[in-house]
Design a protein around this ligand. Structure first.
Ligand code: NAD
Ligand code: UDP
Length: 334
């Protein structure tokens, strides 16, 4: 039977597909390539190009494949864009989930592992953030993902579709052999932007805000390596296959690094000066986000391999140096 990975041509999805294949799973991928890359998909996976919201297309995939469970990464995830275009997010993310669950239910596929996010918590009341803490998103992206979690809850009660919501904190790094990595256009995430400066593609890093109530005034985030994150999805799928109930898990390192600390770490890893300047706060940025991730370690037996940010940055730098233009397919896929 196959695992269906929706959004498997994206940054995190492509790493999950790669890990599934490495562990011997039969994998099918659905992606419309709106932000993903065909070249990122492991050639051993079957690829279907199409949109999650297109139920005719999705029905054909589910007719063709014998699916044991789905892992759902397909979504938009740029916070500032979601503030300007909220409906785009509710349409692609939230309506996409409704479409997927309908098709799953019609085909009697009852297991889904889902990309949720720390953005569903909003401004935390306490650090580290626990899975049981209030979820009050401060932007439409986080809201769209929280709605997806709630929709899965009701679909579980009505149709018995079991779900695991994995709430990622900050994802970074690349497959250590440098064959796949992060390639977003435009890039908005801190680590790849720092490395674009290191590579001479940008003049300097703008650090958004240095007047937060943190150790050095810059935001503090919790970084997790993309391969460790990918592995958590496989554990979550196996957890559902073992008959466990629906649940949610934070995925992070439980350690916080400030933006200035990340810059210093990248300077050390790359040996480059990486010029930086202070810039105004970015709208919607919580001061500190650190996960309590002991639940995933205990219940899913998740054992992240990367436990320091320099090692995480080193894998991203390896990808950057071997693929200065990413997948170099912007004309081919768009
Ligand atoms: P990404 O943009 O690289 O990957 C998303 C993939 O989904 C792309 O390949 C895109 O083409 C595809 N897609 C989007 N809408 C689709 C649709 N309607 N139909 C079919 N395919 C569609 O993003 P990513 O960084 O890999 O993130 C993956 C998931 O993880 C997202 O759901 C995101 O919300 C979540 N997440 C990411 C982070 C992070 O730090 N990158 C943090 C928390 C949560
Ligand atoms: N950030 C920054 N400059 C940039 C990009 C990001 O200072 O060019 C900061 C951002 O304000 C946040 C942290 O880096 O404090 C992580 O941002 P990212 O977008 O990578 O992830 P987020 O925490 O928003 O999910």
């Amino acid at each position: 039977m196959a695992v269906l990975v929706l959004g498997g041509a994206g940054y995190i999805g492509s790493h999950a597909v790669d890990r599934l294949i490495a562990k011997g799973y039969d994998v099918a991928v659905v992606d419309n390539l709106v932000t993903g890359h065909r070249a990122a998909v492991n050639p051993k996976a079957r690829f279907y190009q199409g949109d999650v919201r297109d139920q005719d297309f999705l029905n054909r995939v589910f007719d063709q494949e014998d699916i044991e469970g789905v892992i759902h990464f397909a979504a938009f995830s740029v916070v500032p864009e979601s503030m300007e275009k909220p409906l785009k997010y509710f349409d692609n993310n939230t309506a996409g989930m409704v479409s997927l669950l309908e098709v799953m239910n019609q085909h009697n596929v009852k297991k889904i592992v889902f990309s949720s996010t720390a953005a569903t918590y909003g401004e935390p009341k306490q650090i580290p953030i626990k899975e049981t803490d209030p979820q009050i998103p401060t932007n439409p992206y986080g809201e769209s993902k929280l709605m997806m979690e709630k929709i899965m809850h009701w679909a579980d009660l009505a149709y018995g579709i079991k779900f695991i919501a994995l709430r990622y904190f900050n994802v970074a790094g690349a497959k250590p052999d440098g064959s796949i990595g992060e390639d977003h256009h435009p890039e908005t995430h801190l680590v790849p932007i720092i490395l674009q400066v290191a590579a001479g593609e940008r003049d300097e890093l703008s650090i958004f805000g240095d007047d937060y109530p943190t150790k050095d005034g810059t935001n503090v985030r919790d970084y997790v390596h993309v391969v460790d994150l990918a592995d958590a999805h496989i554990l979550a799928l196996e957890y559902l296959k073992a008959g466990h109930d629906s649940d949610a898990f934070n995925l992070g390192s439980s350690t916080g690094f400030s933006n200035k600390e990340m810059l210093e770490a990248a300077r050390k890893v790359t040996g480059k000066p990486i010029p930086a300047k202070m810039a105004p706060r970015r709208a919607g940025d919580p001061s500190t986000l650190i996960a309590a991730s002991d639940k995933a370690r205990k219940v899913l037996n998740w054992k992240p391999q990367f436990d320091n940010v320099e090692d995480i940055i080193a894998t991203a730098w390896n990808w950057k140096q071997t693929h200065p233009e990413g997948y170099n397919d912007r004309q081919a896929t768009k």
